[in-house]
Design a protein. Structure first.
Length: 88
């Protein structure tokens, strides 16, 4: 059993070394675009009720929403503070 797994590992390493450099540099596969368009559903609690609601968006939309929230939070944290002091 151990010898057969060692042979399989050796054979796969030999195949990888023999492949041309450009063989792995290709256009994104349809799997990558399918992953972005995959529908992801999350449950969220709504204010004023004990029931949860189901929100469904694509993976790309969830990522964009997360990035927007991170930008908004960073803007709130880094916003300059203006103070007005009374003069004598």
């Amino acid at each position: 059993m151990r010898q057969s797994s060692s042979l399989a590992l050796l054979a796969s390493a030999a195949l990888l070394m023999g492949a041309p450099a450009g063989a792995y540099m290709s256009e994104p596969s349809s799997d990558a675009t399918d992953a972005k368009e995959r529908l992801v559903c999350k449950r969220a609690k709504r204010t004023g009720t004990r029931f949860e609601s189901k929100i469904c968006k694509t993976a790309a939309a969830w990522k964009a929403l997360t990035e927007q929230h991170e930008r908004d939070a960073a803007e709130m944290i880094n916003r300059p503070v203006i103070s007005i002091e009374k003069g004598n």
